[in-house]
Design a protein around this ligand. Structure first.
Ligand code: CA
Length: 221
């Protein structure tokens, strides 16, 4: 399985990334400063680098520049701040393959990781289906049987998380991090609220409550 190097100095984000990526079967290693990131990235033992631009030691921009100047072809996904348009453009010019703007949802990052690693051709599918429910990721269209369902962006993301793991129990915490990102209060009941919205739109039996554990999409729904 692919090995991913994470260069990020914010422990909360590192934990969020490592937990999510490991759950997807990737091997991860995290470093909190640019000097270490640059030397590890040259080691040839990693398949991808997730690089925060604001790093102590050596700035992420410098790390990026150095790696590319040395002809290092390791795919690099840069993490940038929301208002860092210059950073984004600059990073791509300097050879980053892609970028994700903070704060981000895990699924957003995962989609880019998969694209760069091209490890799972099945994931290139743009339509996710379980039973009667299907979600077209390209046209952003949701259907239940022949019925088109009108979803908000958040509802869409939540349903996407369920459809990527049909029949599997997802905890509130997993759903929070996948759909709302790491910036969300873990005590929030926002997941329950949105599950209720989805049920209303999809029909009550599509998403099942698993007591004390979380929610599950009924694959046979
Ligand atoms: Ca940082």
């Amino acid at each position: 399985m692919a090995r991913i190097l994470i260069a990020e100095d914010e422990p909360r984000i590192v934990a969020f990334l490592e937990k999510g990526l490991r759950a997807e079967g990737y091997t991860t290693m995290a470093v909190g400063d640019g000097v270490e990131a640059a030397s590890l990235a040259r080691d040839d033992t990693f398949d991808l680098l997730i690089l925060d631009l604001g790093l102590p030691g050596r700035d992420g921009r410098e790390v990026l520049r150095e790696l590319r100047m040395r002809g290092e072809r390791l795919p690099i996904i840069v993490l940038t701040a929301r208002d860092g348009i210059d950073d984004t453009v600059g990073s791509l010019e300097q050879g980053a393959d892609d970028y994700v703007t903070k704060p981000f949802r895990f699924e957003e990052l995962l989609a880019r990781v998969r694209l760069r690693l091209r490890t799972a051709p099945a994931e290139e599918t743009t339509v996710l289906t379980a039973g009667e429910v299907s979600l077209d990721l390209r046209s952003r269209r949701a259907t239940n049987g022949s019925r088109t369902i009108d979803l908000t962006a958040r509802e869409f993301a939540l349903l996407e998380a369920f459809l990527r793991h049909p029949g599997q129990v997802l905890s509130r915490e997993q759903l929070l991090s996948r759909v709302w990102g790491y910036d969300f209060d873990p005590g929030s009941n926002v997941v329950d609220v949105y599950v209720r919205y989805l049920r209303k739109k999809l029909g009550g039996d599509v998403i099942e409550t698993v007591r004390g554990m979380g929610y599950r999409l009924c694959a046979e729904a």
